[in-house]
Design a protein around this ligand. Structure first.
Ligand SMILES: [Zn+2]
Length: 330
């Protein structure tokens, strides 16, 4: 299921905000074209959404889900990288018994489960009572799994990162999550992996190995640029490095590229932490007080909240040929 590409729209609003000065990292232009040298002490939390498995290509089968999960989980375990997997209960049920079996893999060691709702709902379209139903029904499988191993489910992540399109709803969502014992899971780096995956699924269906490899390379190049861009953006807006949170999806493309993806972070000087460790930073102590119907990464929200001027047009778009091949209009 796709994540809506909505950051750009908020960026247009941000273009009109005021500039603040005095941050140590303001000397660094926020640009996707260049990247900072690696900085000591940077950390990132890896997160996967739409577990157990998401595909908008071939119908989801237990075999495809199992193969992707095996690649992702084994790569994370082997590299000793903590990760949180956010689950849609309807995707668990669609896989039958295989669904909860796959999730059990995420309920041990450095891996952890999170709630992503029963369905891939859009909170903009629901009232608070409807959102609460999604939150509660989303616990069906993950709650019993976690409880059976004496674990908790501390985080909820909203589909599309839609966390309140009005001030009133945003505050109601904040209260709702707290009343169910959740913290809102943030996201600071987005690589449009859903779009690359759509193209990848098409190449897989066509058995076009050359195209699959071309898409993998383009995806990794884009991810490298996005990691640099968002690292600089967060630093510019908050005046310091904050723990990053990478938004990925449990799909075929990430299964194929998880090892080099983790390598991109290492090359950029990042160490890996759990989501709980990342969100222990004071930057995440409260939801950004920003109402938007879009789903921008947190640095854009922090910028709007703090009246820091950023130029979102400098964020790199996925290559046009990838969008075209995926069937998007771009
Ligand atoms: Zn999602």
């Amino acid at each position: 299921m796709k994540v809506r590409p909505t950051a750009r729209s908020l960026c247009q609003l941000l273009m009109t905000t005021l500039a603040l000065v005095g941050f140590a990292c303001l000397a660094v232009p926020v640009s996707a074209e260049r990247s900072l040298p690696a900085k000591a002490g940077r950390v990132v939390a890896i997160t996967f959404d739409d577990l157990p498995y998401v595909s908008d290509g071939p119908p989801v089968s237990p075999d495809a889900a199992n193969a992707a999960q095996r690649q992702i989980v084994s790569a994370l375990r082997r590299a000793r990288v903590p990760a949180t997997g956010f689950v849609n209960e309807d995707k668990v049920q669609a896989l039958g018994p295989a669904g909860s079996r796959l999730l059990a893999e995420w309920n041990q060691g450095l891996l952890a489960l999170g709630n992503h709702g029963y369905s891939h709902f859009d909170s903009n379209d629901l009232d608070v009572a409807g959102i609460e139903k999604e939150v509660m029904k989303g616990e069906t499988t993950i709650r019993s799994l976690a409880t059976s191993s004496d674990r908790s489910i501390p985080f909820f992540r909203f589909p599309y990162n839609h966390v309140g399109d009005t001030g009133t709803k945003r505050i109601a969502i904040e209260k709702l999550l707290a009343s169910h014992g959740y913290r809102l899971a943030a996201s600071t780096i987005d690589s449009s992996d859903y779009l690359f995956n759509s193209a990848y699924e098409r190449a897989v269906t066509a058995r076009d190995k050359a195209m699959m490899q071309r898409i993998e390379r383009a995806y990794l190049d884009h991810s490298r640029a996005q990691i640099a861009y968002y690292g600089e953006l967060s630093c510019k807006v908050l005046g310091r490095d904050v723990p990053a949170i990478m938004l990925l999806h449990a799909n075929r493309l990430n299964a194929a590229t998880i090892k080099p993806l983790l390598g991109l972070f290492r090359s950029a000087g990042y160490g890996f932490v759990s989501l709980a460790q990342a969100q222990a930073d004071p930057a995440y102590s409260a939801m950004p007080a920003v109402a938007t119907k879009f789903g921008p990464m947190w640095a854009y929200r922090w910028a709007r909240e703090r009246l820091v001027k950023v130029d979102g047009r400098q964020e790199q778009e996925p290559p046009a040929w990838v969008s075209a091949y995926a069937g998007e209009t771009s």
